[in-house]
Design a protein around this ligand. Structure first.
Ligand code: AMP
Length: 391
């Protein structure tokens, strides 16, 4: 069943519940990275310009109870500046006081509801809470792709009570980007995988083995694959209980004709710390830890993606938070960003964070705002928040 884009709905004189993902990093009341807020501005503006009143909602963090640190107040202030109009913060997401504020909204007005997760009923997808959340609104727009893998009241429950619904522009962009990788991708198609653990990416690897022509594996998870092949990995991070699985995945790739490229050289150090001296090696000494792919591996990865028409990337290729071990991720990232004609999709979470300040990052086709949601989509799982939008 189809999911309608926001452009198919009428907003004039309607109150619109807009589920966004404003779960942004906030430190001492200051937003550290507003990318997720910026990504939904076009959706909000569209509703306001078409005569709707936008009732914005989101979760923030994982509050056990109501707390000032996890208030969406900084987001309301940011939105007021970005939209050039007052966006008031309602004291709650449900209740009489908030209801009155919503009733008073005029066409073109916007309001932000307080953190949805101040009510445990949000995550429980509670029916009565969903009903309350839907009250006073005639239309529902979900633009919070980063929360679409959760079946919560604001992503699923409310759709029982609001029949007019659509996906916002960000949601549409995210789904289009992921479809470009998973449904008849332009080939050759390549996946770049990294990050800490194989165990987090088993479903992802299995599904990608049916979609792509090659998988380039870096990050700590590469060491489990290398050890499974009998390669010495020193004290690198390895999941010993996943060695058999790694062997199976490599065999499955060979059966399916999917090329797997593992690191052939490494940046190692005696400790995963900022002060540790990095060395480039092709064989990891027994006392050393592999913390990034080496230059030959980066060159091999770049040669693979140079042939590709579609590239999906999930997970950093090294301990990128420490500059000495970020080189592999950044070198391959820059080459991919600058490659003409390739569709390049960067999965969210840490991979997006690694490129957040790179000047060439804007050249990627798409940087996903969803971490878990992107991963689940690429594992081939249905996202409940997308399913609930179907009409
Ligand atoms: P994930 O959440 O599984 O994508 O893992 C991301 C984390 O893996 C990041 O914090 C990286 O710093 C970390 N990481 C990547 N490569 C390595 C490595 N070789 N050793 C230790 N940590 C790594």
């Amino acid at each position: 069943m189809p999911v309608l884009p926001i452009t198919r709905l009428e907003f004039k004189d309607k109150k619109v519940l807009v589920r966004c993902d404003f779960n942004v990093p906030i430190h001492e009341g200051k937003i550290q990275d507003p990318a997720r807020i910026d990504a939904s501005l076009d959706t909000i503006r569209y509703i306001l310009e078409h005569g709707g009143s936008a009732v914005l909602c989101s979760h923030l963090g994982r509050p056990k109870e109501r707390s000032a640190e996890l208030s969406l107040k900084p987001v309301a202030e940011y939105l007021s500046k970005a939209l050039g109009q007052k966006v008031a913060l309602a004291p709650d997401c449900i209740g009489d006081h908030t209801g009155k504020m919503i009733e008073a909204l005029k066409p073109g007005d916007a309001i932000l509801l307080e953190n949805l997760r101040f009510h445990k009923e949000e995550e429980a997808n509670d029916r009565d809470f969903s009903h309350e959340l839907a009250r006073h609104k005639q239309v529902y727009v979900n633009d919070g792709f980063g929360s679409a893998h959760r079946a919560h009241a604001s992503t699923v429950g409310v759709t029982r009570f609001i029949s007019e619904r659509a996906a916002g522009f960000l949601m549409m962009r995210e789904l289009e980007a992921l479809r470009a990788v998973t449904e008849n991708p332009q080939r050759p198609s390549v996946a770049i995988l990294g990050g800490a653990k194989v165990s987090d990416k088993i479903g992802l690897i299995r599904n990608l083995l049916t979609k792509v022509d090659a998988i380039l594996i870096g990050g700590a998870m590469a060491y489990t694959f290398l050890k499974a092949q009998g390669v010495a990995v020193g004290r690198s991070r390895v999941e010993d209980d996943k060695l058999e699985l790694a062997k199976e995945l490599l065999a499955e790739a060979a059966r399916k004709g999917v090329k797997i490229v593992l690191p052939s050289d490494h940046i190692v150090a005696s400790a995963p710390e900022a002060g540790a001296t990095p060395h480039t090696v092709s064989e990891i000494p027994s006392e050393m830890i592999g913390l990034d792919i080496g230059p030959d591996t980066a060159a091999a990865f770049i040669a693979e993606i140079a042939r590709a028409k579609t590239v999906i990337w999930n997970g950093p290729l090294g301990l990128f938070e420490i500059p000495a071990f970020a080189g592999g991720t950044m070198r391959v990232g820059e080459a991919l960003a600058n490659q003409p004609g390739v569709i390049s999709i960067i999965g969210g979470g840490d991979t997006a964070a690694a490129f957040a300040h790179a000047p060439w990052a804007s050249k990627f086709t798409h940087i996903s705002t969803g971490g878990g949601a992107t991963l689940e989509y690429l594992e081939g799982r249905e996202l409940p928040g997308v399913k609930a939008l179907e009409v």
